[in-house]
Design a protein around this ligand. Sequence first.
Ligand SMILES: NC(=O)c1ccc[n+]([C@@H]2O[C@H](COP(=O)([O-])OP(=O)(O)OC[C@H]3O[C@@H](n4cnc5c(N)ncnc54)[C@H](OP(=O)(O)O)[C@@H]3O)[C@@H](O)[C@H]2O)c1
Length: 343
Amino acid sequence: MTTAKSGGAGRVLVAGGYGAVGATVTARLGEWFPGRVLPAGRDGARARSLGGVRADVADPHEFRRLLADMGDVTAVVLCVEPPDAGITRICLEQGIHVVDVGATPRVLEAAGALHEVALGTGATAVLSVGVAPGLTNLLARRAHEAVGGAARLDVTVLLGSGARHGTDAVRWTVAGLAEQVPAGARRTGLPGYGVRTAHPFPFSDQHTLRRTLGIPEATTRLCLDSRTLTALLFALRRTGALRAAHRPGLARLLTAAFGRVHLGGDGFALRADAHRGDAHAALALTGSEQSHVTGLVAAYTTRELLTAGLPAGVHHVEQLPPLAGLPERLAGDGVRVWTRGRR
Ligand SMILES: NC(=O)c1ccc[n+]([C@@H]2O[C@H](COP(=O)([O-])OP(=O)(O)OC[C@H]3O[C@@H](n4cnc5c(N)ncnc54)[C@H](OP(=O)(O)O)[C@@H]3O)[C@@H](O)[C@H]2O)c1
């Protein structure tokens, strides 16, 4: 039986390692583990110019061969979403740890089902790593605990429409706009942004948190820092005009169009509201450059995994107590946590 490769000396492969999120992961891990970090992507020349390798997460056979050829990869950080959980399975079967910033519920659910595989080799996969999912999951856990177990959870995500979001992240957002969502909009106060109307959006955390924390009702909503753009986007969604956005041609067109919109700033804000009877607890967090902060969360998580170790198995970030303090660890990078009283 393969057993997990020790974090001591092996290398770390960062898939998507020169993208908006991955570049931060590569840079930060490179400072902490010099000479052991390999940025990877489909552009072999670009990857090699950065000291990395060519890799395609949509081609599991090639990926398996790559890992076998390298032989000393201890951890893979997924900074690009594979089409399914095949890459995570390949890693875990070989005892290679995985840190995944992915945000698609279907893929995360499939990865979650690999818990026994990971236990078999002693490897660890950490899912829901980033801002949303990621920091939202951690805030939600704190709010949930503050009310003694939430009956209802509302998560709000405000994103800066002027920030440089990577193509893969914009593609994910466009896909989300095509999805039907049953819950209604909600008005919420966000530090530095006033009261905003946020609209239900298919972030993965709302699905995960129902399962990992046992919260019966959880909804995550999205707004942009530009009120105009938020109103426009969700009015368009209401007309049904964006339902066809899952078609590849239109998805590419919308991804390119949204990628060019830079109307607001680069700040972001998150808030988690937990309710249980009369009790209510709210926590918020603010920062800037969500891609960069997502990369930092992934880098800190990987460092914890390689140095202190995390339990074997597949876990979402909020299930791992050593990662509970991540929001505060990011204070030096401009992230600030806000706590509101509880009743
Ligand atoms: N959890 C969170 O809060 C959070 C926040 C932001 C983003 N994300 C997720 O992070 C991922 C990356 O977002 P991003 O903004 O960094 O996107 P990005 O700037 O487009 O970066 C994606 C990178 O992956 C590479 N890539 C694309 N397809 C690939 C494939 N099949 N195999 C290997 N590499 C591939 C790209 O380079 P090549 O084209 O040269 O291959 C690029 O370097 C997305 O999946 C997004 O959903 C999560």
